[in-house]
Design a protein around this ligand. Sequence first.
Ligand SMILES: Cc1ncc(COP(=O)(O)O)c(C=O)c1O
Length: 391
Amino acid sequence: MKFSDRIQRVQPSQTLVITAKAAELRRKGIDVLGFGAGEPDFDTPDFVKEAAIKALQEGKTKYTPAAGIPELREGIAKRLKEKNNIEYSPSEVVVTPGAKMALYEVFAILLNPGDEVIVPAPYWVSYTEQIKLCDGTPVIVEMSEENGFVLTADLVESAITEKTKALVLNTPSNPTGAVIPKKELEKIAEVCLKHDVMIISDECYEEFCYDEEHVSIASLSKEVRDITFTINAFSKAYSMTGWRIGWVAAPEEYIKKINIIQSQTISNPTSFAQYGALAALEDKGKFPAMMKKEFRKRRDFVVSEFSSIEGITVPTPKGAFYVFPNISEYIKEDIKNDIDFTTYLLEEAKVAVVPGSAFGKEGYIRLSYATSMDNLKEGMRRIKEALQKLK
Ligand SMILES: Cc1ncc(COP(=O)(O)O)c(C=O)c1O
């Protein structure tokens, strides 16, 4: 076998372990409730599907410009102005195959071997592995449950060294649902400007903010905008996870380099999927607002259920569609860590959740409430019953 050092540094997702076990139980005919999924349970709206079908029928099935069709780049720039209050010209926007590829491309154009990127933990699983794939070094800063897992400027500043190239921001956060308030974002931006650190702002869950307004860090000032990559996608907001359409917006010189990567790798994001995304833009947030209403009810239910379990604490997530309860009180005897805990829940309660260690935070679990209220009610009943047995 002849592998590059690069691929040897990267881990497969730990979440796959639990997913594989759940799939195995299902194959045996056992009714497993899955709360691991990172995608809305709603179908993609019909108006999006119809626009893609129309594009197919009209023969829009060929290569598009590497950076995406001009109408979509224009539409995204307009949306960034109207919704996020950031000035970007269409030439400062690239349409990408999802936010995930946007992030990878940003790391690829920024990082030299040994460059450090600050990643606040708990973090979304791909940041650290993508940074390593691009020869960078992830530097983890630990956010605290007491502070609702909200990143602070002090934490960022404490992690900065001469090698720091960038900071990853994810608000609202996967896995905690934490939303960084504007005041703190201002301080974080100040620290980044002072130390010449770029900001990579992953705003995939911006449509799902329940108690705290979403603020795009690039909207704070022209100076901040100039050091920021604003990343987002249609995946979560329009339940289009399989369509693979997202974007990155940044000053034009960076975007030109990202275009080079796209032209030499993917060629372009899928042509007809881009027309679907164009239709999603025209909806101006009505569809995600509908989902948000449902998610809020589910969040309130799940938080109140977990809060009623002895030995479990759970900060109320202000956004996204995940809860991140602290289960460390249950780590004893046969349950040696959060992975054992999730295995116990799977085997005893037939409920699949993800261990916190997959997100760089041991002693926690992540449960996605992007599933029906009936599933959540039954899942919480089973979890409570299984935990009762551990007493
Ligand atoms: C925080 C975060 N960023 C990025 C992504 C990837 O989004 P996409 O499906 O658009 O690539 C996800 C998906 O789970 C996510 O949770």
